[in-house]
Design a protein around this ligand. Structure first.
Ligand code: KIV
Length: 391
């Protein structure tokens, strides 16, 4: 049974053999049609229904972030428990209903306070934020070229997926960098389809409103076109990705063209290709000499002609990246390639200072989660050892 099924079934009556009091069907009460509601505040509207409501404001739902949420057992449940009728006000016979005169369900005194419905767990979750100018599909993203900088981040699970979406990015990449950032590998090479499917599906469950792209792991583009198509299909159908990213330039352009023709949107990736790190002997800058700059140009044009909706340019010399940005039609999304690109992507754990290894030098860190988390964890350990928690 899925979690959702469990959730919904937990509110249903039990199927055990216990005799249940029969509820008498009440005559339907005709309610007066309520007057047309006043326009809801953005946060009320989105909490009611995440799918409704594009808004004219930049942010549709100004809701408290997930980190501020209270545990499920706290306030709302407490309140609804308080407002329930006290059990002793009901006649004892309600436990074993006997249908004698004066003891029929309809004869029993009605509780004066109507029991409140337990708030459903899903309605306590905040709805994903929606930004009007956030790219929601590959066409939106391609159309941003020349209009404003495109912004993207990686995410690998539902919590980060929600937070990254809510920050307003144009697309989320479930990168195979999950291998080095979260799974403890030294390179992205050990990452496989099982990893990518699990992490992509987790981010999809965060219901991001922006475009969701998943990386094809090492080797998947090299066996055969059928294998490539099958892996892309799985990332989209099982993982819920909107598009896939493939590392490589002219060497993979023919297969990308065929993939695009079958309806798989592809994000290209040139410059430093982390999946080839063993072959190139380490991470370094690309486009440093004329030959490499020309090769990058050939690769970028090949990807444009193959139909990529955008191209990631990793660790490319700033001047070369700036020129490529002008030369190609799809947006060039830079990572460590300077400010002249159509947009920027970074690894979320790097910018948050949540890692076991130093982030690359081009990364700006916006938080130090390592420090925040270690302080909190040490405090917990101290409090338990010192008998301070539980108090
Ligand atoms: O896997 C990844 O995170 C990437 C980005 C660095 C672009 O490919």
């Amino acid at each position: 049974m899925s979690d959702e099924e469990k959730e919904s079934s937990s509110s249903k009556p039990s199927d055990s053999g216990e005799e249940k009091p029969k509820l008498k069907r009440r005559a339907p009460v005709r309610r007066k049609k309520p007057a047309a509601p006043k326009a809801k505040k953005a946060d009320e509207a989105t909490a009611d229904n995440a799918e409704v409501a594009p808004v004219s404001e930049k942010v549709a739902a100004e809701v408290s972030p997930a980190v501020d949420q209270k545990p499920e057992s706290s306030e709302p449940e407490q309140k609804s428990k308080e407002s329930k009728p006290k059990p002793q006000s009901l006649p004892k016979s309600s436990a074993k209903p006997k249908e004698e005169e004066g003891n029929k369900p309809e004869d029993r005194p009605k509780p004066s306070v109507r029991p409140q419905r337990q708030p459903n767990r899903r309605s306590q979750e905040h709805a994903p934020k929606y930004y009007e100018d956030q790219a929601r599909n590959v066409r939106d993203l391609a159309n941003l070229k020349g209009k404003r900088p495109i912004v993207a981040l990686t995410a690998y699970d539902a919590v980060m997926g929600r937070l990254v979406n809510d920050a307003g990015v144009d697309f989320i990449l479930v990168g195979d960098s999950v291998g080095t950032t979260l799974l403890g590998h030294r390179t992205t090479i050990p990452v496989d389809m099982t990893d990518m499917l699990r992490h992509t599906a987790a981010v999809r469950r965060a219901q991001p409103k922006c475009l969701l792209v998943a990386d094809l792991p090492f080797g998947e583009a090299s066996f055969s076109f059928d294998r490539l198509l099958e892996s892309a299909r799985r990332l989209m159908q099982e993982g819920g990705a909107d598009a896939v990213k493939i590392e490589g330039g002219r060497d993979v352009a023919d297969d990308i063209e065929k993939l695009v023709a079958t309806g798989v949107p592809v994000l290209g990736h040139i410059g430093l290709l982390p999946q080839t790190v063993k072959a190139i002997g380490g991470y370094r800058k690309f486009g440093v000499d004329r030959q490499e700059a020309e090769d990058l140009y050939t690769d970028a044009i090949a990807l444009e002609e193959a139909g990529c909706f955008a191209v990631v340019g990793e660790m490319i010399e700033e001047a070369v990246a700036r020129e490529l940005t002008k030369q190609i039609l799809p947006p060039l999304i830079g990572i460590g390639s300077g400010a002249g690109c159509d947009g920027q992507i970074l690894v979320s754990t790097d910018i948050l200072g949540y890692n076991t290894r130093k982030a690359p030098s081009f990364v700006k860190t916006y938080a130090n989660l390592n420090q925040v988390i270690s302080r909190a964890l040490s405090q917990y350990v101290e409090e338990v050892r010192g008998g301070k928690f539980p108090s």
